[in-house]
Design a binder for this molecule. Sequence first.
Ligand SMILES: [Cu+2]
Length: 396
Amino acid sequence: MVSFRSLSWSSLFILSFLFISATIDAFALPHRDDALNSLLNISTKPSGSPKRCKKSLIRKAWHTLTRKERKKYIDAVKCTQHKKGITKNYFGIKHFTIFEDFAFEHAKQTPYIHTVGHFLHWHRYYVKAFETALREQCGYDGAQPYWDYAHDHPNGLSSSSIWSPIDGFGGNGLSVNLSLPNPNAPAIPALQYQSGGGCISDGPFKNYLIRLPRQNKTIAEPRCIERAWSELYFNHFFSRAKELDMYRAPTFYEFLAVKLDRVQDFSKWKENLDVAMSLHGALHLTVGGTQSDKYFDPVDPIFFMLHTNIDRYWRRWQAANPLVRHNEYALTDVPPPSSLPPKTNQYGFGYLNVTNTGGYKVTLSGLAPEIAIKRLMDTTNDLLCYDYDTTYKPLS
Ligand SMILES: [Cu+2]
């Protein structure tokens, strides 16, 4: 059976192993009783066959939101950045915010939830949980919006309304010396850096202080949100034509492992971008900076806009043949031995040899209850209960 974990991971993991051997056991995970005591009230009670929810939340593209709607969303995100979360006394931080809990959860699980069969399921649940946090914890009454990259594609990356300093996420990072190694992704050639690279200097998050580490480290590194835009990747990967091509994938394997989250070979970046990078990888490098840190990338709130549109792709692809596609899981997550992630990583998290049957459960630790991936297949079931404004609309 083909495994689609990237070979380029192996070098990353060798580095990780070296680092981990020096730091393992330095931190112990705080105790949490996941099943009984999660922050969010996502009901996972087994209900036999999943019922339809009565009224799905409809997720809309950022550029279609009114000013007021945008402000409400940004305010809710800011609220999670102040409100107490669940992790205590970790990385020298007395009490995490909800926003930091989310970022840490992603970092903890990074080696086990990317280029694997449940990549999309995990991120679907993660975004759903974040949307629930905004609503339950911060009084937000809307849905999680998404960034329709292809809508902005004809006018170029910098034209997008998501970068608005007034009712968006602020723009590119300040210029730094682009020949320096990118501290967020040292394994990726420095040339991935195209512009900016430093702290964002406008918008609602320009003064946000990241208190967490970079990458897979265990030492906190207080810093700003960084961005390093790449028009090159944006132009290459995010046209509507590329999106429509995704929907032509005949199988889930093709959709996930060939078109979306394929094996990357960064050494080919000059000759062939499609080989060098997956669409998902290119998305993170299009925004760059903090978004190119594949562990702590959710500390830039733009992460949720990016990933919600990936989820929309999947939803749209599924909706074209729901009977089949709500039951298609991706093979197995067993990677080749050379690139096995650690059985337990430096944050005390780990698992190996996942077989993605519908019963396989994903976890968000204390944020939300564990859930079997079969419950994450149909976004309009009683658990997820959301849809996208464009699921059945023609796209042009
Ligand atoms: Cu991720």
